[in-house]
Design a protein around this ligand. Structure first.
Ligand SMILES: [Zn+2]
Ligand SMILES: [Zn+2]
Length: 179
């Protein structure tokens, strides 16, 4: 991805994450005047995302809020933590498994080494797209990884693992033949 560096500190020598949000305090920005006139940002380095000085855009928050309200042990702390997550390239909007009252760790689209899709359970609440497509027909989930559109999460407190299916009209090859 081409980028001009972190939209807050201006660094170009580190990995830049997608992050759609707003700068709270422009005074420490590389260009404080620009940051105060245009507080909206799209790309940030990890330090700036973790600084607590940026906020996710309202639309993203509205999507995740119901999950926080339902599953998080400390709603305020969870919301604060969510502001420190980079955007993930999810097709079906933002979701993030919450287990044991806390956000889980996003591990990517494939199980980490030695892992298998069968170790994962579906993240609730059931995605509306999922149910519409009757994806249960494609269990076991090992029949799905060719699509590379799973979002996998590991609980940091217990052994549970979750998957959220991220359906894409472009990525969906139709029912898998055979078996
Ligand atoms: Zn930065
Ligand atoms: Zn757990």
């Amino acid at each position: 991805m081409e980028h001009g560096g972190c939209h807050y500190c201006g660094r170009t020598d580190t990995f830049i994450f997608a992050y759609t949000g707003t700068i709270i305090d422009p005074s420490h920005a590389e260009d404080p005047e620009l940051a105060s006139e245009h507080p909206d940002i799209d790309e940030l380095c990890a330090d700036c995302i973790n600084s607590g000085n940026v906020r996710k855009q309202g639309a993203t928050l509205r999507e995740i809020k119901p999950l926080i309200n339902q599953f998080a042990a400390d709603k305020e702390a969870a919301t604060e933590l969510f502001h420190r997550f980079p955007n993930l390239p999810f097709f079906q909007g933002d979701t993030w498994a919450i287990c044991c009252g806390d956000f889980t760790e996003y591990v990517g689209e494939h199980p980490p080494t030695k892992g298998a899709y069968s170790e994962y359970e579906q993240w609730q609440p059931q995605d509306e797209v999922m149910s519409r497509l009757n994806l249960e027909d494609f269990y076991p989930l090992d029949r799905l990884p060719v699509m590379n559109i799973m979002a996998l999460f590991h609980c940091l407190h217990c052994t549970r693992k979750y998957w959220a299916f991220q359906y894409s009209g472009l990525g969906w090859p139709g029912p898998i033949a055979g078996e």
